[in-house]
Design a protein around this ligand. Structure first.
Ligand SMILES: Cc1ncc(COP(=O)(O)O)c(C=O)c1O
Length: 403
């Protein structure tokens, strides 16, 4: 007996075109290589070498002892949202309603994804200053948008200007996605320059998604919160987190602050995909905000010492190295070696066991640079510099001989 079944023609790949369209993170690819080696000094992964301060861990442990193991409100606990609203007001002068304008997320990573999915329609263009954090173009593409990379230059302190943005505008431009203090360059935007970018956003009715995860890690300069600029709060989605300033990368906790309507849209997606950020991490974050200020100041002072050592060390080796004013990355220009970024990073790892990230992991315009994370102990940084010097001296000698 024959049965007739309806069949439909399927596309060949089980993987969606959107997933196909994004490249795997250039950082991860490199670190798979590193995982198999011993004795490597890693200036690679962008995370603090500190353990989360004890009182923060203790608060979370105590919450577990008390049996706080249930979901929280989708938005995050009211105490955390209230404390966060106070914190943002005190630090940056921005006022958010903890009931409607704040959402606690699984790190800035989730907040970024939600911000894109809640605001970007297929074909919308999003301007991104580059080189940039690896997730930005992917987050735009995954929401159906089109990332428009706008190159920033060492000669201009890797700052973006109003005219750079204006030149990239089209009728499809919906938003600017930027992150200052910047990963990978360490650039911090001066207030006046940020204000002129804000003016372009206003004049052209653009949204601004401002990733300020490194806002607390600045050295001798002030961080300007984008939303604090005149007229900007109503068009800015501010993303922030605990990973970097409080050494809490593994807790997976961050937040988004923005206009009520956008936060409501982000919350809908968050409800269906995540429910709520981890309860114990929310307890830890609350303790971080209430009692972690001294820890932040201590860590920042330490990063600053390391920053000076690495920048001087790289310059002494003969590299042109922009002085980073924020985050914990140095971004030396390695073109004088005659190598491209990827070859430089691969050879340095193989020959001297120092891991750095090729600048191209942060966009094509990162070619000629490598990212060195200096959230590494001073003795390790010093040893890394000795190894880099030995490596570069050998390369230069070879280059001379082959001339
Ligand atoms: C600029 C930037 N944004 C976001 C993140 C991710 O942060 P989170 O740990 O809060 O997800 C990172 C992590 O390296 C980052 O450098």
């Amino acid at each position: 007996m024959s049965t007739s079944r309806k069949t439909v023609t399927k596309s060949k790949s089980p993987v969606s075109q959107r997933a196909h369209s994004i490249a795997p993170s250039g950082i991860r690819k490199f670190f798979d290589l590193l995982a198999s080696m011993d004795g490597v000094i890693s200036l690679g992964v962008g995370e603090p070498d500190y353990t989360t301060p004890w009182h923060i861990r203790e608060a979370a442990i105590y919450s577990l002892e008390q049996g706080r193991t249930m979901y929280t409100s989708n938005l995050g606990t009211p105490e955390l949202r209230r404390e966060l609203a106070n914190h943002l007001h005190q630090k940056y002068g921005v006022k958010y309603d903890p009931e409607t304008e704040l959402l606690i997320t699984v790190g800035v990573s989730e907040a970024l994804d939600l911000a894109m999915r809640a605001t970007i329609d297929p074909g919308d263009q999003v301007i991104i200053p580059a080189p940039c954090y690896v997730a930005y173009p992917a987050a735009v593409s995954l929401s159906g948008g089109i990332p428009i990379m706008v190159q920033t230059f060492e000669a201009n302190n890797f700052e973006i200007s109003a005219s750079d943005i204006e030149n990239a505008l089209t009728p499809s431009t919906k938003a600017i996605l930027s992150g200052y203090p910047a990963n990978p360059t360490g650039a911090v935007m001066p207030r006046e320059k940020l204000a002129s970018v804000a003016e372009v956003a206003c004049n052209n009715d653009l949204l601004v998604i401002s990733d300020e995860i490194y806002s607390r890690l600045v050295y001798g300069v002030e961080h300007t919160c984008f939303a604090a600029l005149p007229g900007m709060q109503k068009r800015t989605i501010l993303l922030g987190g605990f990973s970097k300033a409080y050494a809490m990368t593994g807790w997976r906790i961050g937040y988004a602050a923005g206009p009520k309507e956008i936060i409501a849209a982000m919350t809908k997606i968050h409800q269906y995909t995540i429910m709520c950020a981890p309860t114990m991490a929310q307890v830890a974050a609350l303790e971080a905000l209430r009692g972690g200020e001294d820890n932040v100041l201590e860590m920042v002072a330490d990063y600053n010492r390391r920053r000076k050592v690495i920048v001087k060390g790289l310059r002494d080796i003969g590299f042109s190295c922009f002085e980073p004013k924020g985050a914990f990355y140095a971004f030396p220009n390695i073109t004088s070696t005659g190598m491209n970024s990827e070859t430089f990073a691969e050879k340095l790892l193989q020959e001297e066991k120092v891991a750095v990230v090729p600048g191209t992991a942060f966009g094509a315009c990162g070619e000629g640079y490598v990212r060195c994370c200096y959230a590494t102990s001073l003795p390790e940084l010093e040893e890394a510099l000795v190894r880099i010097k030995r490596f570069v001296t050998k390369i230069r000698k070879n280059n001379e001989e082959n001339r």
